[in-house]
Write a protein that binds this ligand. Structure first.
Ligand SMILES: [Zn+2]
Length: 199
């Protein structure tokens, strides 16, 4: 995060508070004392700088290892957070990722990390879905990749009365997942099955 970006965010939230004051809220109260700074910091936890994300993805891909494993690798129901580009309101994602390795294999925890990283951008869910599929296909030189995302968009859920439960579902497939209906279906069956109950 550059100093200028940080300063702009702090200033912007101070202006938002001023507007709230004009709307009649007691912004001089203790509860609001550090709010501009806190809110700016909170946003930077939901939106990471592009160079930081690029570096982290490079690192992650570089940590792939060679293995004689060519079955589907799948990481299901990873929960991550971001903001939508239209309202800058939070989105809660549940992301499932799969790929069919060729030579390079990623540790399973790296798949969750990749999902979390690319979520922290103000991009459309469709774009996030495509970008994840692309990393697992092109950067890993895999035989195919598949992504399935359910997004709970607060811009939809918190406004209006009809959309409280609205989930946006997107998916993207590359390589074998695109070419072979059976493989694609196997993935979809796995990720849309009811989650295991622990109680
Ligand atoms: Zn939105």
């Amino acid at each position: 995060m550059t100093k200028s970006a940080q300063t702009n965010l702090d200033d912007a939230y101070r202006q938002i508070l001023e507007a709230l004051g004009e709307m009649g809220y007691p912004i001089a109260d203790d509860n609001f004392r550090d709010t501009a700074r806190r809110a700016a910091r909170a946003l930077t936890e939901l939106v990471l700088p592009v160079p930081e994300i690029d570096r982290a993805v490079d690192d992650l891909v570089a940590k792939s290892f060679t293995a004689k494993y060519d079955e589907m690798v799948i990481s299901k129901h990873n929960v991550s957070f971001g903001v939508c580009p239209h309202h800058l309101l939070p989105v809660i994602y549940r992301i499932s990722l799969a790929y069919l390795p060729s030579e390079k294999v990623l540790g399973i925890s790296k798949l969750s990390r990749l999902a979390r990283l690319l979520s922290k951008r103000p991009v459309l869910q469709e774009q996030l879905t495509q970008d994840l599929a692309e990393v697992l296909y092109s950067r890993l030189a895999s035989r195919g990749s598949a992504i399935y995302i359910e997004g709970l968009h607060l811009c939809m859920a918190a406004r209006g009365t009809e959309a409280h439960e609205a989930r946006v579902v997107t998916s993207a497939v590359r390589g074998v997942f695109r070419d072979q209906q059976v493989t694609r279906q196997e993935f979809l069956d796995l990720v849309t099955a009811a989650p295991l109950s622990l109680i």
